[in-house]
Design a protein around this ligand. Structure first.
Ligand code: FES
Length: 164
């Protein structure tokens, strides 16, 4: 896994590590334990950074490559933390034809991150999503539960400024 130097640093607590070790101790001799262990780990930490994957590997003896492969294969696992403000840009058909790709690009440019990442200060995370059921407002993005529609790229700086 490549990690940009400005990614959000991992700051797990001893309590989280203890909780993870307890889960692993309970499950590790069960067949097919890896997925539930990873799901519990994500519940404990909120995401599955390489540091947590390494702990799972050390405790279970399962190779890190396998854990990493599973974490990238299933979309339920997040390798990056989520920001205080979670931005989702709809790339469903209606939004896409109305230019949501340009909205996503503008967000990437202004936030300095790419789709799926979180800003180093933990404030914003950026993801794309499928139709959110507001096609009449296409193109649409959401910031947490707030919906913004009929967007053009020039709207984005003003919207981000509200969350500074
Ligand atoms: S396609 Fe974007 S809200 Fe439906």
């Amino acid at each position: 896994m490549t990690c940009k130097k400005d990614h959000v640093p991992f700051n797990g607590t001893p309590e989280q590590e203890k909780a993870l070790k307890e889960v692993i101790a309970q499950l590790k001799d069960t067949k097919g334990a890896l997925m539930p262990i990873m799901q519990h780990a994500q519940d404990i930490y909120g995401y599955l950074p390489i540091e947590v994957q390494t702990m799972i590997s050390d405790e279970t003896g399962i190779p890190l490559e396998k854990i990493y492969g599973v974490s990238t294969f299933y979309s339920q696992f997040a390798l990056q933390p989520k920001g205080k403000y979670q931005i989702s840009v709809c790339l469903g058909t209606a939004c896409y034809v109305k230019g949501s790709g340009a909205i996503l690009s503008k967000l990437e440019e202004l936030l300095g991150i790419t789709n799926g990442e979180c800003t180093p200060d933990g404030r914003f995370s950026l993801d794309s999503c499928r139709c959110v059921g507001a096609c009449g407002l296409a193109p649409v993005m959401m910031v947490n539960d707030e919906v913004y529609g009929r967007l053009v790229p020039d709207d984005i700086p003003g919207i981000l400024a509200k969350y500074k």
